[in-house]
Write a protein that binds this ligand. Structure first.
Ligand SMILES: Cc1cc2nc3c(=O)[nH]c(=O)nc-3n(C[C@H](O)[C@H](O)[C@H](O)COP(=O)(O)O)c2cc1C
Length: 341
């Protein structure tokens, strides 16, 4: 079982201070970041017994795509800051471990280079210039994207802790624009993203749209009404509005509200197989893992990321078996102690 804190400390030793600070930090006073790190541990389980768990598997399917486990790679910007292989290295690892990578729109690698490796989902910010957003969608679709993950919690990028005075290169490279960067105001996130944007992206791409960054039943219902095929319960890893509810606390009500109609995923502080099991028990079909992927990439390159993903899958299977379940679909709210059900 990989010790994520050890991995993080090794990455800290290897990475320049400003890069580590950018990856590690949260927004504001980091209240949400700190709470989310503990919140999964606070959910307690009650396993079933006397169940036949032979042949148990965590393999599942998400939006019709088969995956080896419900552990996906969260979209994260600028992965070449962690390792020269960047997003391509992560894509190779995700493919080899049977997972799925969500490629950030603020990637440091061209979408075509990632598409050549294997299937992926494309994350999008709706930019002030909708034409540029459409250009990214066209290129991602042509490169083989299977879904669009539209981040809905970022009308503006929240201020974050930084390390020492920053020597970071400009972060916002838009893959469809190759070398253009987001110092151009029109390439910043739009502040007027509305239901029509989700509807339009689903119509024009023909791909399922996943809305990332909901924390309430009302927000989830709005996204589903606008045509979302799935929602991600997410605080953006404690990197947008600080002080929002940690995701394990928000997930059950969102799953109750929309889980009958669409798939529900969750991220933020998911670090162990037990956390994955808890996410499924609270109503999610999958989890996304963020920072540990960057630590594994920085310390071990693509192999390091594959080992991390395989380890999380093995841990998730062990937790599933120990809880008396045979499949992800078998996991239910009865596994969660009444204090959190
Ligand atoms: C360095 C970094 C960059 C990120 N970039 C993006 C991004 O481009 N788009 C996005 O939707 N989320 C982005 N996120 C948020 C992640 O997708 C995810 O919600 C979060 O990291 C999950 O929490 P965890 O890191 O605790 O696993 C980023 C997170 C980090 C740490």
């Amino acid at each position: 079982m990989i010790d994520h804190e050890l991995l993080r400390r090794r990455a800290q030793e290897l990475l320049p201070d400003d890069v580590f600070g950018y990856f590690d930090g949260g927004s504001g006073a980091e209240v949400t970041l700190a709470r989310e790190a503990r919140a999964w541990d606070d959910v307690l389980l009650e396993p079933r017994v006397l169940r036949d768990v032979s042949g148990a598997t965590v393999a599942t399917s998400l939006l019709g795509q088969p995956v080896a486990s419900p552990v996906l790679v969260a979209p994260m910007a600028a992965q070449r800051l962690a390792h020269p292989s960047g997003e391509v290295g992560v894509a190779v690892a995700a493919r080899d471990s049977g997972s799925l990578m969500v490629l950030s729109m603020r990637s440091s690698t061209r979408v075509e280079d990632v598409g050549q490796v294997g299937p992926f989902w494309q994350q999008l910010y709706v930019l002030q210039d909708r034409g540029v957003t459409d250009e990214v969608v066209e290129r991602a679709t042509a490169a083989g994207a299977l879904a669009l993950v539209v981040t809905v919690d970022t009308p503006v990028v929240a201020g974050k802790r930084v390390g020492l005075p920053s020597a970071l290169p400009p972060l916002g490279i838009v893959p469809a624009l190759d070398r253009r960067v987001v110092t151009d105001e029109r390439l910043q996130q739009a502040r007027d993203v509305g239901p029509r944007d989700l509807e339009r992206l689903a119509e024009t791409s023909g791909l399922p749209v996943v809305a990332k960054g909901v924390l309430s039943p009302a927000a989830a219902r709005d996204c589903v009404a606008a045509g979302a095929s799935a929602v991600v319960v997410s605080t953006h890893g404690g990197r947008q509005l600080d002080g929002v509810v940690p995701t394990p606390l928000a997930l059950p009500a969102v799953a109750d509200a929309v889980g009958g109609e669409v798939e529900v995923y969750v991220d933020g502080g998911v670090r162990t197989g037990s956390h994955v099991l808890k996410a499924l028990a609270l109503g999610a079909q999958a989890v996304l893992v963020g920072r540990p992927v960057l630590w594994a990439l920085a310390t071990g390159g693509p192999d390091g990321v594959r080992v991390l993903l395989d380890d999380l899958t093995a841990q998730a299977l062990e937790a599933l078996v120990l809880s008396g379940c045979r499949s992800c679909a078998d996991v239910g709210p009865d596994l969660v102690h009444a204090s959190r059900r």
